[in-house]
Design a protein around this ligand. Structure first.
Ligand code: ADP
Length: 242
């Protein structure tokens, strides 16, 4: 049939993209079972350890447990990403309540590091989308803001309503993101400080997921500010049409 060069190319690209996504989803599914079996075996062994287990073996087991955990976190995120396009986005989500929920769920982590979580009062704002994904979006940003903060620091979340959008700011008092990395941090598997991030179990997919959720909801995300005093992520989302 008739297929002008440009639309042909667009179609081929789009086909390639969908099959890549499908491949990722299938691959992640296939990884899940063997991983789950390894984890189950390790846990079983841990419950009934050999009385004469030497220190080296114990160390090996602890390492295996940590790394399988990391792998399964990674696989879970990959699965979430491949399934994201099919999640319905028809909920009306109240932003203030959503922020409250995220901060409450992350307060044990913040307390451990003596970081205060502050929510600035905002009027009622309704977002349209998936409440699961919007929760995940804010959760990841606030979790990073705690994780890459300094002890005794603070995380402040605020929102400002514009004409038909709302801008949500997540502000931390960490040591900032180098200028050269401010676009790259959204790329899959990128970490500014690999050893620090890995120590927390980070795989470098958090912000990739965040940006994908923002885009699925017709919004934008940027690093509004980042210096030695801290970083501010700004997310703009369309508000629910009344
Ligand atoms: P990770 O799983 O490593 O946290 P992310 O995709 O969430 O992956 O973040 C990518 C990298 O961006 C992190 O490893 C960290 O180096 C950097 N980063 C993210 N958020 C912040 C922040 N609020 N302050 C400083 N650095 C950050």
């Amino acid at each position: 049939g008739e297929c002008p060069a440009f639309s042909c190319m667009v179609r081929r690209l789009s086909d390639a993209f969908s099959s890549l996504q499908e491949f990722n989803g299938n691959a992640a599914h296939e990884f899940r079972t063997p991983l789950a079996m390894m984890q189950a075996q390790l846990e079983l062994y841990e419950e009934m350890p050999h009385p004469d287990m030497d220190a080296e073996t114990a160390e090996l087991l602890a390492m295996l447990k940590e790394q399988t955990e990391r792998l399964s976190k990674l696989v879970k995120t990959l699965l979430e990403m491949s399934e994201m396009n099919t999640i319905e986005r028809a909920d009306a989500v109240e932003l203030t309540a959503l922020i409250e929920e995220v901060l409450a769920d992350l307060s044990p982590m913040a307390e451990k590091r003596q970081i205060s979580l502050l929510q600035e009062a905002t009027g009622e704002v309704l977002l349209q989308g998936s409440d699961i994904l919007l929760y995940r979006l804010l959760f990841n940003l606030v979790e990073n803001a705690i994780r890459y903060n300094k002890e005794g620091g603070a995380v402040r979340v605020s929102a400002e309503e514009r004409a038909d959008t709302v801008e949500i700011l997540v502000q931390d008092t960490g040591s900032g993101i180098p200028e050269a990395d401010r676009e790259t941090v959204f790329q899959p598997f990128f970490r500014v400080d690999k050893s620090r991030s890995r120590a927390y179990g980070g795989v470098g997919l958090g912000l990739t997921l965040v940006r994908k959720i923002v885009e699925l909801h017709g919004g934008t995300i940027r690093i509004a500010k980042s210096d030695a005093q801290g970083t501010t992520f700004a997310v703009t989302l369309p508000v629910h049409a009344a």
